[in-house]
Write a protein that binds this ligand. Structure first.
Ligand code: MTE
Length: 162
């Protein structure tokens, strides 16, 4: 089992005006492969998001999934916070999530989600709704374990497994 940190980015969840259903949806969707033992709920503020991401990276989580704050509204800054912490960008995952999500809804193109790597962690931004989280996870789940394994191995070491 690999370990998973879930960060919910939402002003309304942070202010306890809304229940964090997306964090629960992510935990449940991945629980056969990942142990989620730490959840953060942070407001849509770049510094708070960044601090939560940095803490998770320092704690060497295999996978860090954020939900929310990827859209076009003024307070949507999760991608910007993510860009500030990642060392390498995982464009392929970003493209796969958007293009395959377009099969669910045209509004998928309104997500600016970033995916990338920092130290030992793979970081994935997901949109805010539980439905969008589950749809996006269904796209990425088949390659997640392999992707994370690659982060910790030498160049070319896993070629035979592909
Ligand atoms: N992707 C999938 N697969 N399913 C969805 O329902 N919703 C979209 C998009 N991506 C959606 C999706 C919508 S409506 C928006 S506004 C953007 O994600 C950004 O969502 P966020 O601001 O909650 O992060």
């Amino acid at each position: 089992m690999q370990n998973l940190k879930i960060i919910t980015v939402s002003d309304s969840c942070y202010e306890k005006k809304r229940e964090d259903l997306s964090g629960i949806a992510i935990k449940e969707y991945l629980e056969d492969e990942f142990i989620a033992d730490d959840f953060d709920i942070v407001p849509d503020e770049i510094e708070k998001i960044e601090n939560s991401l940095k803490k998770a990276i320092k704690n060497q989580y295999d996978l860090i999934v954020t939900t929310g704050g990827t859209g076009f509204s003024k307070r949507d800054v999760t991608p910007e916070a993510t860009m500030n912490v990642i060392e390498k960008r995982a464009y392929g995952i970003e493209i796969a999530l958007i293009s395959k999500s377009m099969e669910f809804t045209d509004k998928a193109m309104l997500s600016r989600a970033i995916c990338g790597i920092c130290d030992k962690s793979l970081i994935i931004n997901l949109p805010g709704s539980p439905k969008a989280c589950k749809e996006n996870l269904s796209i990425i789940k088949p390659v997640l374990k392999h992707a994370i394994k690659m982060i910790g191995t030498k160049k070319g070491e896993l070629h035979d497994e592909i």
